[in-house]
Structures are given as C-alpha cells and as structure tokens.
Design a protein around this ligand. Structure first.
Ligand SMILES: Nc1ncnc2c1ncn2[C@@H]1O[C@H](COP(=O)(O)OP(=O)(O)OP(=O)(O)O)[C@@H](O)[C@H]1O
Ligand SMILES: O=C(O)c1ccc[n+]([C@@H]2O[C@H](COP(=O)([O-])O)[C@@H](O)[C@H]2O)c1
Length: 209
C-alpha cells in the first residue's frame, strides 16, 4: 500500500465500512467480522472519515483515529485507510465514484449499521448510492425493529435480499440490500467519548486501567 491506496485485484469483493471511528471500538470489529463471513467478502476496508457531513462535531485528528483503529482491528483481510482524505471526498457518493474509477473490475459493497439505514435517505445522492452498490446493513441495538428501518428501506423494499442469499451480495446487481440480524453489541463511540477514557485506555470499549 505504498501509495496509500490499498491493492485490490479485479474480481475481488470489497466491503467498505465508512465511519468516524472516534474512537474505533469492539462493535466495529464485530460487524466487520460478521460482514466478512456473511456477505462473502474478500476484504473489508475501513474508510476513516475526514468528518461525517451530517455531524457538526469535529472528530479527533485523522492520524490518531487511524492509529487507534489499526491497533484494534488486526485482521489479515481488513485494511484501515484514510482514502477519503486522500481523494478529497467526505460524501459517500463522491467516495464511491472515485473508488469505482480507481479500481475497475473490483466489486464494492457498502456496509453500515442499522442506525445509518434509518437516516440514509438524508445522504447526498442516496438513491444513486443505492443503485450503484449493493448494501449490507448490520443490526445495531435500537435499530431494525420492524417498521423502523426508515424511508430508504421502504422505497427499496422489493430490492431487499434475504439473509440466505447474502453470501452472494457482491455479485447481485444494485439496487440490492440485506439486513443482517447479527448478535447485537451495544457499543458506541459517543458512549466511549462520554466516559472520557479515549486516548487514555489502550482499548476503547474496555474499562480504563
Ligand atoms: N455497535 C454497533 N453495532 C452495529 N453497527 C455499528 C456499531 N457501532 C458502529 N456501527 C456502525 O459502524 C459505522 C461507523 O460507526 P461510527 O464510527 O460512527 O461509530 P459510532 O459508534 O456509531 O459513533 P457515534 O456514537 O459517535 O455516532 C456506522 O455505519 C455505524 O452504524
Ligand atoms: O454522504 C453522505 O451524505 C453521508 C451522510 C452521513 C454519513 N455518511 C457516511 O456514513 C459513514 C458513517 O458515518 P458515521 O459518522 O456514522 O460514522 C461515514 O463513512 C460517513 O461519511 C455519508
């Protein structure tokens, strides 16, 4: 990855988990492992965001978040990247456009927790995203209860793929999305920040020493 851009071969299926990772925690690790297993992914790339366009709060410096995420997410098929900062994008649609141009022949799958599906219709060019890449949604406490999946799920209800077909997700033409009912982990970056041990404890999500 000398250029800062990870290597990917044609035909690979790569899951993209975008996030603030401020800080990364065991919930991110958990959904990444579940996504690798359930969606037939060759790799997952964590896209550490320069800043979520819908969040007013500025996150911790990119270098700190990347370093902490790499310490936590140690897996041969997972890459923690600052691709969005390198490409100068922060909206997901722009990121996907850039990645598709840079990696022809690679199949991307967008990954997100159920909380993001609920507000997905507020994202820039969300319908274009839906029609461009398959989406794997992972259950999160407080989201995914019947009737609370949000507008995007309603508009694209017929494009929902069953969990039994999820292993082929990267090969199903968009629009296609799966809601994976993974075991729930009630961890969040905001709770860790509120506790105030981010930056002091080596492992967010664990009690400070
Ligand atoms: N415990 C979890 N279970 C399922 N999905 C999660 C979990 N934690 C984070 N995610 C998902 O991972 C992605 C990146 O999350 P993010 O970096 O914003 O962490 P967060 O814990 O949601 O942060 P914050 O509490 O600041 O909103 C998002 O798609 C989010 O929905
Ligand atoms: O493109 C958008 O309009 C958009 C709006 C909100 C969130 N996102 C992306 O969703 C991902 C999760 O964001 P966050 O802050 O919940 O970790 C991250 O990659 C953000 O850039 C993207």
């Amino acid at each position: 990855m000398r250029s800062g851009f990870p290597v990917a071969r044609r035909g690979m299926v790569i899951g993209l988990l975008g996030g603030s990772f401020d800080p990364a925690h065991e919930g991110h690790v958990h959904i990444t492992r579940e996504a690798l297993r359930r969606f037939g992914l060759d790799r997952v790339w964590w896209l550490v965001s320069p800043g979520n366009p819908l969040k007013a709060r500025q996150p911790a410096p990119m270098a700190e978040r990347i370093a902490q995420a790499r310490r936590l997410m140690d897996h041969p098929r997972v890459v923690v990247t600052d691709l969005e900062a390198r490409m100068g994008t922060r909206f997901t649609a722009a990121t996907l456009k850039g990645l598709k141009a840079r990696y022809p022949g690679v199949r991307f799958v967008w990954l997100m927790g159920g909380d993001n599906l609920v507000q997905f219709h507020r994202w820039d060019r969300w319908e274009w995203i839906m029609q461009t890449v398959p989406i794997g949604v992972l259950a999160r406490p407080g989201s995914g209860v019947k009737g609370r999946l949000g507008r995007a799920a309603r508009v694209y209800a017929r494009e929902r793929v069953s969990e039994a077909q999820a292993e082929r997700l990267g090969h199903i033409p968009a629009p296609a999305w799966v809601f994976a009912d993974v075991p729930l982990k009630a961890l969040s970056s905001s709770a860790i920040r509120a506790r105030g041990d981010w930056g002091r404890s080596g492992t967010p999500g664990m009690p400070p020493e």
